[in-house]
Design a protein around this ligand. Structure first.
Ligand code: HEC
Ligand code: HEC
Length: 309
């Protein structure tokens, strides 16, 4: 709040209170012409419809005091709590401070309650119903905005329920992805490759994924691929989890597999960022959410085993 608004708000608030008190006292003192009716009651002398007279009784004492009490309350409140512009109040209270305090308490309760469970190995947590439930909850609040409420991802955000892992599928690698975050860097080749070459190499990428495509185009694309792309995506297109370069033979894409999507990726590059949860969720919570992700992975493995039988 700038100095102007600080003084403006503070002065307006105080002047308002003073004016209210003044108004109250001055109207209380105002002399009204009085008369008396037949019952001997005081009247203002105003009469309507011939016999409807306005009485002139003083306001009840308790009502008066109630009014002064509210004024005293307001002044005390403004001294103790923030209300006058930038002045923070003698108690130092703030809504943000209260929120933080409540969060600290909630955090401590959570950690006290779950610390023992969280210290179990991730593989054990991934089979523990309570851990999975807590993890699913945390996922809904902290991850679903990007990865979708069912963790199946969206354009630009990988599906976390399939067996296609960009950064590796081991427990350690998945833990690293979540706790320390990931930063992918696929440079754009729009400057190095002509439009035609981009289309050719995109066609080759489709062939890598098993699509039947124009052979001449794909063969020309393979030349470019071997020169430029294989360094990161591997000579067979199997990818490199150390770089976050995805496997291009699976036909599973973060950014889409249509010729246009692929051309865009190759021309402009992609720089997906997975935010590190170390300072966001902290270790204990991240362990639960990782357990939830792993639990879905295990479902997958079990399903596959059933299919194989
Ligand atoms: C310096 C390493 C590097 C090189 C060279 C490179 N890529 Fe990539 N590529 C990556 C990384 C890392 C990603 C993941 C980007 C992301 O997730 O944001 C990626 C992503 C992609 C994707 C998107 C896959 C998806 O899931 O949507 C395609 C397609 C692709 N690369 C094709 C190519 C082709 C074709 C070339 C050669 C012209 C190439 N890349 C060269 C590192 C590289
Ligand atoms: C701001 C969006 C965003 C949020 C929030 C987010 N992620 Fe991600 N996450 C991404 C992106 C983007 C990637 C892919 C990075 C890349 O391009 O390689 C990713 C990658 C991952 C990966 C690695 C996937 C793989 O195939 O290797 C995991 C695991 C993951 N996220 C889990 C989580 C969990 C659990 C949370 C919640 C605690 C979360 N993410 C929150 C954007 C997000």
């Amino acid at each position: 709040m700038s100095a102007f608004w600080h003084w403006y708000v503070a002065a307006l608030t105080l002047v308002f209170i003073v004016v209210m008190v003044w108004l109250f006292i001055s109207t209380g003192k105002a002399q009204v012409p009085t008369g008396e009716n037949e019952q001997g009651e005081k009247t203002t002398g105003h009469v309507w419809d011939g016999d409807l007279a306005e009485l002139n009784n003083p306001m009840p004492r308790w009502w008066l005091w109630l009014f002064y009490l509210t004024v005293i309350f307001a002044l005390a409140y403004l001294v103790l709590y923030p209300g006058l512009g930038r002045y923070g109040g003698m108690l130092g209270w703030s809504s943000a401070g209260q929120y933080e305090q409540e969060m600290v308490v909630a955090n401590e309760t959570f950690e006290a309650r779950f610390a023992a469970l969280a210290s179990e190995p991730l593989e054990v947590l991934a089979n523990n119903e309570e851990a999975i439930r807590v993890g699913r909850n945390l996922f809904a609040h902290n991850c679903s905005t990007c990865h979708g409420s069912d963790a199946r991802g969206a354009s630009g955000y990988p599906n976390l329920t399939d067996d296609h892992w960009i950064w590796g599928s081991s427990t350690d690698q998945i833990w690293h992805s979540i706790y320390l975050g990931r930063q992918a860097a696929m440079p754009g080749f729009g400057a190095a490759l002509s439009d035609q070459d981009v289309t050719r190499v995109a066609t080759y990428v489709q062939q890598l994924a098993g699509l039947s495509v124009d052979q001449t185009m794909a063969a020309a694309g393979k030349k470019q691929y071997d020169m430029i792309c294989s360094a990161c995506h591997g000579p067979q297109g199997l990818g490199n989890p150390l770089l976050g370069a995805p496997n291009l033979t699976a036909g599973v894409y973060t950014y889409g597999g249509s010729l246009d999507d692929l051309r865009y990726t190759i021309r402009e590059g992609r720089n997906g960022v997975m935010p590190a949860q170390k300072d966001l969720l902290g270790e204990i919570r991240t362990r639960f959410v990782a357990a939830y992700i792993l639990s879905m992975q295990q479902d997958m493995v079990i399903d596959e085993a059933l299919v194989r039988e």
